[in-house]
Design a protein around this ligand. Structure first.
Ligand code: SAH
Length: 308
């Protein structure tokens, strides 16, 4: 089948197949799966932000890409809600989410969320969205396409800066569009994801299969494809606070205090709480490459964790 498609379309298709059929949590561990404290901090954060918004009765709490539903289940202990909204495409993961968050309503995109004030949480969601990839050749910019498991370059149909020959640029149109839709409805959204503070050149696309790096073009649907999130590109389009490094964000919001408290309460799990807090904050683990960024209307003051 000689189907040629743009790289972002390939990535979208490959990831939809991956999340529909595979258990991603055999391939990688995410923050909410390491410790309940992660979701609890985000729940407390959301509740405080709601109060800063004037505590509207009709507030909507939502999460994008909720994985196993662990983050939301933990968040709801700190801020109980009658109903929450989950944006998830995978039927398999929706079933897992239902077991932990029985009071959820599911959506395929932002478009079907009810109207009204919205707080959205998303951990490792934006990095799963497809990116367009461009490479600078002697004759100009080319956009990467995929055909029969190999890259094909076609002349780019958008303007890009005049980088040196051989440079690669990525554009995450899906992430930018997602953020613009949130901004248009004056939502507050908290994204935790990995990516540099400044836009960085080069390809950041990675494929993880069976816990190891793999070729992104091989066996689409067998590997998880991600790209670093270009926070600066998002900040250029919508109002944000941050990004700040995940360790500063979580430490400022009491990660260690809450972990110590739970360690004393559940002595047989004390070591888990300590190790998870370490892993989330150590610069060589998840503390530094991961960032927190809050999208919010301009009139809001500094949100918790973004005071500096
Ligand atoms: N937030 C979870 C899971 C991260 S994995 C955690 O931290 O553990 C990425 C999640 O995003 C999965 O739930 C996946 O199914 C979902 N996802 C990926 N692309 C999506 C899309 N385009 N729309 C909605 N959900 C998507």
């Amino acid at each position: 089948m000689a189907l040629m498609e743009r790289f972002d379309h390939f990535m979208a298709r490959a990831n939809a197949a991956y999340y529909a059929a595979q258990d991603p949590f055999e391939d990688f561990t995410t923050a909410p799966e390491l410790t309940q404290v992660f979701g609890e901090i985000l729940g407390a954060w959301a509740k405080t932000v709601w109060q800063m918004m004037g505590a509207p009765d009709d507030i909507i709490l939502a999460e994008a890409g909720p994985g196993r539903g662990t983050l939301m289940a933990d968040a709801l202990r700190l801020w109980p809600r009658e109903q929450v909204h989950l944006i998830e495409l995978s039927g398999r993961l929706r079933a897992e989410q239902a077991s932990r968050v029985p009071n959820a309503i599911w959506h395929e995109s932002l478009d079907t969320l009810p109207e009204g004030p919205l707080i959205l949480l998303a951990n490792e969601f934006l990095d799963a969205l497809p990116v367009r990839q461009f490479i600078r050749r002697e004759t100009g910019w080319r956009e990467l396409h995929v055909e029969n498991g190999a890259y094909v370059e076609l002349p780019a149909d958008i303007e890009l800066p005049d980088d040196p020959v051989g440079s690669v640029r990525e554009i995450n149109e899906a992430a930018e569009e997602f953020c613009e839709k949130l901004a248009a409805r004056e939502a507050v959204a908290l994204f935790l994801d990995y990516g540099p503070l400044q836009s960085a050149p080069g390809s950041s696309v990675q494929a993880i299969r069976d816990g190891a790096y793999a070729d992104p073009l091989r066996d689409p649907g067998q590997a998880d494809l991600t790209a670093h999130v270009d926070f600066a590109a998002i900040a250029a389009r919508v109002n944000v606070q941050g990004p700040v490094k995940q360790n500063a964000f979580l430490t400022g919001l009491g990660l260690f205090q809450r972990s110590d408290f739970l360690a004393r309460k559940f002595p047989d799990k004390a070591q888990n709480f300590a190790l998870a807090a370490q892993r989330l904050t150590a610069p060589e683990a998840m503390g530094s490459l991961f960032k927190a960024v809050a999208l919010c209307p301009k009139h809001l003051p500094r949100l918790p964790g973004f005071e500096i």
